[in-house]
Design a protein around this ligand. Sequence first.
Ligand code: AMP
Ligand code: MG
Length: 467
Amino acid sequence: MLFRSSPTSACCINRAASPAPGTRQRSRMIPVAEAVEKIRAAMTPTEAQVVPLSEALGRVLAADVTARVSQPPVDVSAMDGYAVRAADVAGATRGSPVRLRVGGRVGAGMVADRPVGTGEAWRVLTGAPIPPGADAVVPFEWVRAVSPNGQATSEVPSGFGGWTGAIDEVEELAIDVTAAVDAGDDIRARGEDQRAGTVAIRAGTRIRPAEVAVLASLGRRWVWATRRVRIGVLSTGDELVGRDLTGPLPPGLIRDANAPGLMAMVERDGAEPMDLGQVPDQATAIRDAFIFAVQGACDAIISSGGVSMGDRDMVRHVVQGDGEITIWSIDLRPGKPFAFGSFRGVPIFGLPGNPVSALVTYELLVAPAVRRIQGEVATGLVEVPAVTEVALVNDSGREQFMRGVARTFHDAGGVVSWHVRPTGPQGSGILSSMSRANCLIRLPATTTSVPAGGAVTLSLPGVPSLW
Ligand code: AMP
Ligand code: MG
């Protein structure tokens, strides 16, 4: 099976159909990576505000968070068992166990009232502070309970059982330890998670559920986070019907897939989408919508459609009338007709109208900017190496991003890798290819084909990058 970059492609690789390197058309196109960098550099992170932790999920931390206390605050037990002096049980085995007196017990949230003496063991539960003097924990599994008269021993197979069953009823006087332990074994050392005075989470980090948990563990009820930014989203095109039309489409007209899709992307990326609606391919209408966005305090504007070379493609002219276009035409398939600039000082992204092109250019060129405006530091797409299950062709002469289905593959030797196949036909109007995909397969402009079993790179939009 062979998947081509578009259903209209020729049946064989035909580089002659693409503009040769160095021709006027080709030299105007900006490589994707360069465009990403230029756009990122043009973004100014927005201001910070104090946010309650309960509302911080999805925001970006605007100031480093330093641990005021260590985590854990003291050495604690990592297991249910007995705190001992490792030297006391150095020679212990199942055949020749070491008997220790039980000196006391410490549960989580308690502290021992005296140190552990030589030849002594203290019963500890997970999370209990290690009594001074002890330097290791022997898990219950390696301990036998000794009968009150000191004659018999009993396996303690799981947790506390001993002679009578319930933990609080057991007042054993001695235990037999059946295995040696090293100092430090099964102890969570003070500060092993967080050390007091060190940065726990850096400014520029997106606050995910894990960060919420860390912040809570550090006692933070409020954090400095960047304001939620607002991104205006506009659809342009004479052919778009109103979104509330539920009946049959009038001839020649289509529904607006882009604005709802792009607003969902904006929301996924932590920003607030502002619906600028739909306008026909008329300069005045487009300009009015952009002005509305500026007056509505949008931090950036995204439009789709009307940004190519056609008679009715007005977006670039409108932007140039009130600002400038700094990037136009990307060395990319799908998504070559992409424009970036500023309108009355507000960053503006002119995306192609083809729905696949609109969503792919959003992922590659707009999402990093939306994240950067929010102050996020790690804005790059996560990439992984993969093996293609079918032959791939890139006859576009441009860097190509095919929609792919990636899965983990376990070979006979137990080695795990990513395998990928395209979603099917890759035309830029085949929007269903986006919804079936969980990755983008990146083929450099210079790669004309990859055989089945060959190496490719996957981009994973939506997977948070960290640094
Ligand atoms: P354009 O970039 O304006 O030349 O549009 C390219 C193609 O995308 C045309 O077939 C348009 O009908 C289609 N298109 C433009 N805007 C949208 C939209 N908002 N939703 C779905 N299709 C669109
Ligand atoms: Mg159009």
